[in-house]
Structure formats: structure tokens, C-alpha cells
Design a protein around this ligand. Sequence first.
Ligand SMILES: CC/C=C\C/C=C\C/C=C\C=C\CC(=O)SCCNC(=O)CCNC(=O)[C@H](O)C(C)(C)COP(=O)(O)OP(=O)(O)OC[C@H]1O[C@@H](n2cnc3c(N)ncnc32)[C@H](O)[C@@H]1OP(=O)(O)O
Length: 208
Amino acid sequence: MVLASAAPGIFSAGLDILEMYQSTPERCVAFWRALQDAWLNLYGSRLITMAAIEGHSPAGGCLLAMSCDYRVMAEGKFQIGLNETKLGIVAPFWFTDVMLNTIGHRETEKALQLGALYSAQQALSIGLVDKVVPLAEVMPTVEGELKNWLQIPAAARVITKTSMRKAVLDRLRSQKEKDAQFFADFINRDSVQKSLGMYIASLQKKKN
Ligand SMILES: CC/C=C\C/C=C\C/C=C\C=C\CC(=O)SCCNC(=O)CCNC(=O)[C@H](O)C(C)(C)COP(=O)(O)OP(=O)(O)OC[C@H]1O[C@@H](n2cnc3c(N)ncnc32)[C@H](O)[C@@H]1OP(=O)(O)O
């Protein structure tokens, strides 16, 4: 399975910030449950999963990419990373766990505290992506890599993938409702809503 985007220049802009701003607790819980289920299915997928990152990939977009088995990113101006702290929010523990599994403890600690967004070359240097190529070569490179992975006996690959990811998946599975409730409480704090409001305004201002 290849994750790619139809939006030029954006692999994924992450979660819909407007869903987290001035929403109701019930809607926030439903929103978070949908995200949890999507991620559990992706990270726990038995399929070979590859990200064709042909644009920006902040926050939830970075989570999607990191949750794949292999990442190819376009060189140039695009950025990738978990930038949550810049919005005044905190990356959930399962976002953090996936990043830890991808780039290790020291790089994750720096990346998360700073809310760092990396260029493709920087991402490559810390292991956040596996390959950087010109934009037009992203999809052919993914397809070529996929052929390599498809040559591995499927049962052996799936058992290996499942055992490598089980602890992280189980950690969320065991506390889904608590996590959803925590999200709804956290996101509706006055201070967090204020930060999100300012961030939305800054996005709109950038455009004008
Ligand atoms: C202890 C902790 C416990 C529990 C956890 C608690 C809380 C954690 C909660 C949440 C975690 C969230 C993870 C996320 O994914 S948050 C989302 C982060 N995303 C971003 O910061 C990206 C913001 N967008 C951008 O930087 C840029 O738009 C861009 C680089 C992706 C693309 O730039 P462009 O110049 O090409 O396009 P724009 O003109 O900026 O955007 C077009 C249009 O789209 C709107 N928009 C962009 N991103 C979002 C978004 N994520 N959600 C909603 N809307 C978005 C943007 O405002 C423009 O809209 P208009 O056309 O002006 O209407």
C-alpha cells in the first residue's frame, strides 16, 4: 500500500486544526477515536506500507509517514516533523513512540521539544525518511523499492513487522478511551484553545 497525496505540495497537513478549535468534548472524543483507529490499522497493517512524500508533512502527516515501512521524500522546500509544541499542544504518547522507533531517543527528544520541522535532507540525516529524490522520481522510487520488499516471503515479513510493532500498538489499544478523554480535556483547556486560535490566525495571515 502506498500513501500519497492528490494535493500538490502537501503530503498531509496533519489533523484538521479546525476540528480541535472551539469544538464540543463529544465531537473531540469521536474525532480522536477515528484517528486512533486509522493509526492502529495503518501501523498494525500486515501489508507493506510506503509513504511517497511529495510535499509538506507536519504533525499528523509526519505520523502517517513514520507509520509506514518505508519513506521516500521529495527534495526541495518541503518540511516534515512533529511540530505540535509550536501549536501549544503536545504530541500524544503514541506519536512519540513511533518517532522513538524511527529516529531514536536523543533525536526524538530534540525534535519534540523544539517542534522541529526538517527539510528532506535533514530528515534523511536523522533517519526520519529513507530516501530523498527529485519530486518526479518519488513515485517511481517507491515502486522500485516496493518490488524489493515484495520479494521477501510474506509470512516471515509479517511476523517480523508485527513483533517489532506490537508493544507500541498494545500500549494504545490498552488505553484508547482514557487517551480519547484526555485529548478532549486537554484540547479544550482555555490556554490550549488560545494557542490554537493564534496558530490558525497565523496561518490565515501568512496567506494574506
Ligand atoms: C500530554 C498530551 C496528551 C494528549 C494529546 C493532546 C493533544 C495533542 C493534539 C493534537 C495533535 C495534533 C497533531 C496535528 O496534526 S495538528 C496539525 C498540525 N498541522 C500543521 O501545523 C500544518 C499547518 N499548515 C501549514 O503549515 C501549511 O498549510 C502547509 C505547509 C501544510 C501548506 O502550506 P501552503 O502555503 O501550501 O497552504 P496554506 O495556504 O497554508 O493552507 C491552505 C489552507 O489550508 C488550511 N490548513 C492548512 N493546514 C491545516 C490543518 N492542519 N487543519 C486545517 N486547515 C489547515 C489553511 O489554513 C488554508 O486555509 P484557507 O484556504 O485560508 O481557508
